[in-house]
Write a protein that binds this ligand. Structure first.
Ligand code: WTA
Length: 644
């Protein structure tokens, strides 16, 4: 383990990583199981872009997540699982058991026709079988594409289609809070337009009724009986694809972010161990002298998002950690659930989203009081800026001022954490992601694309040197990868975020500068939501913008044009919400809908979102220059409508 243990060491490691990045990352890559060691550490340019790490290396990430640990920690718990319903019994899987199950399910995949390079879509609840499914794919070299269970059939079918998946792994249903979500019937609907899918493997979870299609659909429980638990790993090239994960962009079509094997592995393990300062043994022990138990680490993200991939499954398992997986939601059966689970499993490291913190803070301290929370040692946040009030509450009420908070900035495209404190080592400031990790070279650029040097500057957050976890391509569309991330500022990776560097050189993320919104920490494209709204037969056009929301961070404000002049506007709004839920999923439901006669457009037909954004924020005093609009009078009408 190459864990940094002091701030001085951080500074010296950082310097080493910039002076000689190849040597730095090569050192981090030692200690893994390589079937064949790499010939060359790095080859790169940001003009195509083309980035390759550990060239010529051969390995399998699951050998490093599982097999490598068996001798030393085979009986140690790898995954702890807490179900949605607190009355249902939890589950525990040791490294040995997880290895066995992943191997067995890998054989199930092979038995159902899967081979190296195939794309397999995973649409499942947060149960251990979801992690097993990821590992089984990786073991045989199939590329997993996990779709968050909160997306509905259209989003699912778009993603299956784009990746040309031949197998879907799902469950009959999912328990989320008081709801049962019928996953399999969503899959059935999605597959009506996905002829590439030949097999659907269905796990039984909720016991809801499902229609199984002959030849195509099989039960997980039947299939595992047919195979052995011996499955040698497929030898993968360092740059072979490990997974695709779709993320929203400025257009209606989500981007299939591609991560490859070796770089992602090295980066997630390194960042996991260093940011959270994970201890394999408690020494000194925060939960009792001499305890030899590894720390319990809990990341509350769903595996459907990158945080779940990198810091619930891969990073922790690569590090030999005990990772807790939770099926439910923070407010079920009440807003004390997270705290109850922390006490139940004596969680030492807790990693969650600001939106969850804000909603639990709003629920009141009475939900926290019954719990001790004395096992906690480190707290983390991810996914959106955290406001000072929420940070303080997290620090005082949850961490009892004893737990360092790591505010981790990163993205689906970066594969792992980029800017973050190292727990207990980097001095923190509320609202600041603080400093770049070793190996990460941020740059702030001004409007003209000039790099801003020195402190006390604000600009677009870019990176000027590759790191092992960087996006390699967008699936089947390399041009798009170039256009979105590498074309705006030549020679830089552009994140899409605005950022300040303060007088201490600390980084503070100010938010997105493009047409995507972070709603409850979920990245959603405005165009994708508009497409869903426009599926309503009465809506001819719509424009979606984000507005500041006290709990969700950003809420969704939709301006819609109703072609049929419907008088029952409340009914129409309800229908629009139902339409979005049906086609995209309930995570994309608009918070506010305003029916308008027209949208502010330039003569070339482009919607001026700047104006709509101001109106949605209730700031109509100065809308800036509206003279380039085709019809400036629509602005007045929208303003009036927003006020009424
Ligand atoms: C935002 C999530 C402020 C940011 C891992 C980024 C953050 C987007 C932070 C990526 C943070 C993530 N502070 N903003 N600590 N972490 N973001 O792809 O806008 O779902 O570009 O990856 O989340 O979202 P994604």
């Amino acid at each position: 383990m190459n864990r940094i243990i002091s701030f001085e060491q951080y500074l010296s490691e950082y310097k080493k990583s910039v002076d000689d990045p190849e040597q730095f990352w090569a050192a981090q890559a030692e200690g893994f199981v390589w079937r064949k060691k790499w010939d060359k550490v790095l080859e790169w340019n940001f003009t195509e872009p083309n980035v390759k790490w550990f060239i010529g290396g051969k390995l399998n990430i699951t050998e490093n997540c599982l097999d490598r640990h068996l001798a030393e920690r085979g009986d140690q718990t790898a995954i702890l699982w807490e179900p949605n319903n607190p009355k249902e019994e939890g589950r525990k899987l040791s490294y040995k058991e997880l290895h066995t199950e992943a191997c067995r399910f890998a054989n199930v995949l092979k038995n159902n026709g899967a081979k190296k390079g195939d794309r397999i879509c995973i649409y499942m609840p947060m149960v251990p079988e979801l992690a097993i499914a990821l590992l089984a794919c990786a073991r045989i070299g199939a590329i997993h594409s996990v779709v968050f269970g909160g997306f509905s059939f259209q989003s699912l079918s778009d993603r299956i289609h784009d990746a040309d998946c031949n197998i879907v792994i799902t469950a009959d249903g999912a328990f989320r809070g008081a709801k049962d979500i019928p996953l399999k019937s969503v899959v059935d609907e999605a597959l009506q337009t996905c002829p590439s899918v030949k097999k659907v493997i269905v796990l039984k979870r909720t016991n809801c009724e499902v229609k199984m299609q002959n030849e195509r659909d099989v039960w997980w429980s039947d299939e595992v009986k047919k195979v052995s638990a011996e499955c040698p790993v497929e030898e993968m090239d360092s740059e072979d694809m490990l997974f695709i994960l779709y993320t929203s962009g400025s257009t209606g079509k989500p981007k299939g972010v591609v991560h490859t094997t070796a770089g992602y592995m090295v980066f997630t393990k390194y960042t996991f161990e260093n940011v959270f300062q994970y201890h394999l043994t408690h020494s000194p022990s925060p939960i009792g002298e001499g305890s030899q138990q590894p720390e319990v680490y809990w990341c509350t993200a769903d595996i459907g998002w990158i945080t779940g991939h990198s810091y619930l499954v891969y990073g922790p398992l690569l590090a030999g950690a005990t990772t807790l997986m939770f099926e439910g939601i923070p407010t079920y059966p009440d807003a004390g659930r997270f705290w109850q689970v922390i006490d139940k499993y004596k969680v030492n490291i807790f990693y969650t989203a600001p939106t969850a913190i804000r909603s639990l803070m709003a629920a009141g301290d009475n939900f926290v009081k019954p719990y001790k929370l004395d096992s906690l040692r480190v707290l983390g946040t991810v996914g959106e800026p955290i406001n000072e009030e929420a940070w303080k509450w997290y620090n005082e009420t949850i961490g009892k001022k004893k737990c360092p908070i790591v505010d981790t900035w990163w993205q689906t495209e970066t594969g792992g954490i980029m800017i973050s404190p190292l727990a207990g080592i980097t001095k923190t400031k509320p609202g600041y992601a603080t400093l770049p990790l070793p190996g990460i070279q941020p740059a702030l650029l001004d409007e003209k694309g000039e790099e801003l040097f020195g402190n006390n500057v604000e600009g677009k957050l870019c990176f000027k040197f590759p790191w092992p976890g960087i996006i390699r391509t967008t699936y089947k569309n390399h041009k798009r990868c170039f256009n979105v991330y590498f074309s705006q500022y030549k020679g830089y990776y552009f994140s899409g975020d605005g950022c300040k560097r303060d007088e201490d050189g600390y980084y503070r993320i100010t938010g997105r500068v493009d047409d995507v919104i972070k709603v409850s920490g979920h990245l959603l494209g405005t165009a994708e939501i508009e497409n869903a709204i426009n599926r309503h037969p009465d809506i001819v056009e719509s424009a979606v913008v984000g507005f500041p929301h006290p709990i969700k961070g950003w809420g969704i404000y939709a301006f819609v044009i109703d072609d049929h002049n419907r008088k029952d506007t409340d009914e129409l709004k309800k229908e629009i919400i139902a339409t979005v839920t049906k086609f995209m999923g309930s995570i994309a439901k608009p918070d506010k809908i305003q029916i308008v006669k027209g949208l502010p457009k330039t003569r070339s037909g482009k919607i001026m979102r700047r104006i709509l954004k101001k109106i949605s924020e209730g700031d109509t005093s100065n809308l800036g220059d509206t003279s380039t609009l085709l019809d400036p009078s629509v602005v007045e009408e929208i303003k009036q409508g927003a006020l009424s």
